[in-house]
Design a protein around this ligand. Structure first.
Ligand code: PCA
Length: 167
């Protein structure tokens, strides 16, 4: 876990400069295409982007609306705590290079915003605060889409994810 000296961890605030070599890791909760077995998981495994260490499976502490939205069937966790389900995902400890890569990959802050939420990590006693890519601004009808609790691009919903390279 990041210690208190870890200036850019989820607990303590903004990232350090790009040349930081402290080796600090920050927890990121992934709930969509970055999860194991999902279409973009490989980017977390690619050491060329930095480091990501699997910490465990987790669920959000609070319910959130997780919907599949837009013409490309993209999973979106709407930043509306209190509605929907406690969403399942995975926690990775990432280094600063990987965090910056993910910001770019997720088109943050335009498409997603990197925010924080608390999750219950399997096997952990205390909740863990993580970074997460959520959606703060969206068409009002998205709130009325079906809420998922565990995203699977191949799920019964039939809404196949359109990879970026095919858009
Ligand atoms: N990628 C990020 C946000 C949604 C998505 O598809 C994730 O898996 O958490």
């Amino acid at each position: 876990m990041p210690g208190p000296e870890c200036k850019w961890s989820a607990e303590s605030g903004a990232p350090r400069g790009p040349n930081d070599s402290s080796g600090c890791l920050a927890p990121v909760f992934v709930y969509g295409t970055l999860k194991t077995g999902q279409p973009n998981h490989r980017v977390l495994l690619d050491g060329a982007h930095g480091r990501a260490a699997f910490r465990g499976r987790a669920r959000t502490l609070e319910p959130y609306p997780l919907v599949i939205a837009g013409e490309h069937n993209i999973p979106r966790l709407l930043n509306l705590p209190g509605r929907g389900h406690r969403v399942a995902g995975e926690v990775y400890e990432v280094d600063e290079r990987m965090l910056r890569f993910l910001d770019e990959f997720e088109d943050c802050p335009d498409m997603y915003q990197r925010t924080r939420l608390r999750v219950a990590l399997e096997g952990a006693r205390a909740p863990l605060e993580c970074f997460v890519y959520t959606t703060a601004t969206y068409p009002p009808e998205w709130v009325h889409l079906p809420y998922l609790d565990d995203y699977d691009s191949q799920g019964k919903h039939g809404l196949r994810y359109h990879p970026r390279e095919n858009r």
